[in-house]
Design a protein. Sequence first.
Length: 429
Amino acid sequence: CSKTKVILALRELPLQLDSQDHLHKYQDEFIFPKVNDKKVIYFTGNSLGLQPKRTKKYIDEVMDDWANLAVEGHFYAEKPWWDYQERFANPLSKLVGALPTEITVMNTLTVNLHLLMVSFYRPTSKRYKIICEEKAFPSDQYMFQSQVHFHGYKPEDVIVEIKRREGEHNIRLEDVLTKIEEVGEELALVLIGGVNYYTGQVFDMKTITEAGHKQGAYVGWDLAHAAGNIKLELHDWNVDFAAWCSYKYMNSGPGNASGCFVHEKHHTNKELPRFAGWWGHNKERRFKMEPVFDPVHGAGGWQISNLPILSLAPYLASVEMFDEIGMDQLILKRDKITSYLEFILNEISKEVQGSFEIITPTNPSERACQLSVLLHGEGRSLFDYLMKNGVITDWREPNVIRLAPVPLYTSYEDMFHFGQILKTGIVEK
Ligand SMILES: Cc1ncc(COP(=O)(O)O)c(C=O)c1O
Ligand SMILES: Nc1ccccc1C(=O)C[C@H](N)C(=O)O
C-alpha cells in the first residue's frame, strides 16, 4: 500500500510541476514531429531546435515583399532588407550580455569563427600558440588546423589542447588555468566552446577570459551550445569575440545564420586586420560606391555581404520570442527540469544497475540544458528503441546519447514518460 502511494506521488509530481510552470504554454508555439501518431518527446534541441509556429509568418512577409516590391523591398518593405540585421541588435544583445553595437548576425558559425580568427589570431615568432579544449567539436578542430597552416605553422607546434584527467569525463577549471599560465608569453589565443557539445559541461568563461588576458592573449568563445541556453555576460566578462549558431536552442532553422560578438574595445582599433566587404562599410555612405573601405564602428564592421533575408526572418522570429520571455525565466525552468530528468535517470539507474551513467557535471553551475548519458553494453540498440518509441535523442560515437530537456518546449510529463520508455527499453534489451 505504501508502495502504491509512492508510485502515485511519483505520477502526480510531473503534472503538478507542469501546472506551476509559466513556460508550459510555449509548447503550443512549436511544431512537433509525430511517431505512431503521437507527438515526440524531443531531446535534440541542442542540435536542431523545433520550428516555432510564428516563424512561417516572418518568412511569408519577406516572400510577399519580394513578390510585391521586388528590388524596392531593400528600402521600402515594412522591414527594409538593407538594414534588417539591425533589428537583432537590441534583443540579441540582451540575450548574450552585450551592448547593441557589439552584436551582429551574418554567415554561419564556422565561417564567422574563421573571420574572427583573421582579426584575433595573428601569430608572431614569439606568440603563436592556441589553447582549445580536447575533443572540441570537429569543425573547430579543422578550423584551428587550417588557420595554423594558413599562417605557415604546424598544428603540433601551435595547438595546445586542455585534456581531461585519466578516468574523468570533464575538464577541470584548474587545469585550464594552469595550462594558460604554462603557455604564458607564447599564448596568442584561447578559443573554447563555452558549453561542450559532447558532455554539456559549462566553462567558467569569466575566469578563463581573465586568465588569458593576464598572459596577453586574446580570448574568444564558440557559443554554439551556449546561446539561448545559459546566462552570458560577454561585455562584462571582457570577452574579445564570440560566435554562435542559431539553429540549436534559438530555433531558427537548419543551417541558419550565426550571431557574432566583438567587444567594444576593438571597434576603433585600426591595427586589427579583417576581411572586408561592402556590408561592413559606413552605413550612410554604403551606396555611394566609394573605393576605400571605412568600417562601421561596431561588430557590424565585420559584415561582408548583403544579408540572406530569408534566413534572417526565422531567426528574428525566434529572437523576439526569447526577448518576450527573457533568459532568467528560461534558466529557472532549465535547472528545474534538468534536475528532474537527472532524478528520473538516477532512479532508473538504481533499478537497472550498471546500464548507464551520466557524464555531465552534477554541479548545476557547470551544466545547463543537457545531460549526456554514457551507455554500457548494447547502447546502440537502446537508442534505436527510444527513437522507435517516439523519443528523439542523438547518438554520439562511441556510446553516448545526449538529452536536452529544452525549457521552451519540453514538459515534466515528457520526462516522466521518457523514464517509463527508457526503463522498458533497458529491461527488454
Ligand atoms: C561547438 C560547435 N562548433 C561548431 C559547430 C559547427 O557549426 P556550423 O556548421 O554552423 O559552422 C557546431 C555544430 O554544428 C558546434 O556544436
Ligand atoms: N548542423 C548539423 C547538421 C547535421 C547534423 C548535425 C548538425 C549539428 O548541428 C550538430 C551539432 N553541432 C551538435 O552538437 O549536435
